[in-house]
Each structure stands twice: as structure tokens, then as C-alpha cells.
Design a binder for this molecule. Sequence first.
Ligand SMILES: [Cu+2]
Length: 344
Amino acid sequence: MQKRSYGKHFVIVAVIVLVTAIITVVGLSRVRWMAAPASAQARSVDSLLGIELVAIGFLFALVMVFMLYSLVAFRQRKGEEEDGDHFEGNTKLEITWTVIPLITVLVLAVLGARGLTEATAARADEMTVEVTAFSWGFKFAYPEQGIEASPIMYLPVDQHILLDMNSVDTDVIHDFWVPEFRVKQDLVPGVPTKLRITPNKIGKYTVLCDELCGTGHTNMQAPIEVVSASDFDAWVAAQQPSTDPAEMASLGAELAASQGCAACHNITGDPGGIGPTWKGLFGHEVELSDGSTVTADDAYIAESIANPTAKIVAGYQPIMPASYGQVLTEQQISYLVAYIKSLQ
Ligand SMILES: [Cu+2]
């Protein structure tokens, strides 16, 4: 049996591979994988993803076109009875398909390491923001601005930010991720971690927890706003502690909404909730599960929030989350007390 020549097939396949690869890469690059980038660190991540999409498109075309072409071109035709050609290895081909992927993977590794170094590099005049994760949310503190706790992350645009990250949980890992910033970092119990971002686009984003961490995982989000430097200064000024009762009550109302208190407490006076209603609570006698009574004053309400199991209200289960004492500052608890006080 005489060997056939395959040269013509290789030329045809090479052309189809090229065309398919171009179509695939163009198609893939038109998919909106993620929202538009909004940080300086996004650049290296996105350029690496771009290179990988080209590699993926080419490999896809190579495998698919060779396979489908062979299925069609070398199928058994009517009346064809003889055996196909027999191949006994091909050293040149084997070296080629080992060396090219090896070089490709090494190049990607170098590019990845360079991108990682660039995205994590310390820079001059960084502003520190402390991030604390808890089940299930994030809170932020600004040590340089004297802001102890904020449920929202405010950032001045084009400012290098160093995130100092901690978790109050002891048994679960969370992960800080803002898709538009591209970079992300785990928050591990007992191990402080760091993340660097330089937001470069004014706008509203969302911090997501990107580590499946429990029943509240999907709600583990926090708003983040990137604003101009002057808007940031105005926000910092507005964060200074308030002593005006009406203002404290309205800050407390915002906190009650952002901390999920409303899931269990109502302000309508309806006694049927998971937790007692807040309407008319202040100044009234509360019956406790041990049979005693206590007057609901500032101290009792503050204690009920920071340490819910200290006194259990008669007729209710002790299911209020115990973490508020760690999550909320004394200032914030005083706002919540002022709010509950205002619900007469
Ligand atoms: Cu989480």
C-alpha cells in the first residue's frame, strides 16, 4: 500500500483554523465578562485576560477544526474496504506539541507574576481603610480621619488605598471583592490581610463576599462610593459624632435598616414579631424571662443590643445575633438607642 500525501489537507485545515480562531476570539472579546474596570489595578488583570482569550480561541479552533475536518474528510466511503494509513509515532510533532505549550505556560506565568507584583505594590501616600468582615456584612473604619465605623465605603478617586482587613468570625472565611476593581482578598479569622486599590473612576459599586460563607452569603454586600476629593472631605466632616437627638435618631434609623434589625423588630407596635416591637419601648417596664421586670432606659436598651443574652424578654427566644457588640461602636449603639427612644 502506498502512502498518501496529506499536504493539501494541512493547508485547508490551517486556513480553517485561522478563520475559526479569529471568529472565536472576536466573539469572546465581545462578551461582557465583567463590568467596566474602575481601578488602576484592573489594567494588568484585564490585559492578561485578553491574552488568555486569544490563546483559548486559538486552542479551541485547533482542536475542533482538526477533529471535525478529519471526521468528514477521512470518513469511510462506499466501497472503501482497505485499512487506513498506519502511523508509528512522530517525534517532530511530539516535540512541537510539548515545547510550544511549555513556552506559552512560562510566558503566562511571568506575565501573571508581573501583574500580581504591580497590583500589590505599595505606593507612596497610601490612605488606610480598615475593613472588618462579620457574618454577614462588612464595616469600614478610617483611622486617619477618626471615623470609627461606617457601613458604607467612601473613597476619594485616584487615591492609593491600603485596605487593612480583619474578620470578627472565628469559623468562616470571607472574601472582599469589588468586580470593577478586579483584585480580591480573603478575610481569614485571626490573620490580618491586606489589599491595595486605586479607584480611578467616580461611581457607585458594591463590595461582595466572594467566598461561600453561610446562609447570609448572598446578602453579604456593602455599598461603595468613589467620589471626588472634595466630596470625600465633605463626607468625612459629616461623619463626626453627633449629639443632636433628632440627628442621632435619624442616624440610628439608617443603622437599624443597614444592620438588618427590621427582620425581627417592627416599629408599628405589632406584638407578633420575631423580636419585641420598638414602639413605646423606651421608659416602659419590660418583663424578663426570669420573672423579674426592668425599666427600659438608655442603659437597658444599649445592653440589649451589645449583649442580647444578658436579659431575655419574657415570651421570646434568645435568637438575637450576639455579634452587634463587636460590630457596632458605642457611638452607633447610642444612635440606635436614640432612635428607639424616639419611637413613642
Ligand atoms: Cu462572607
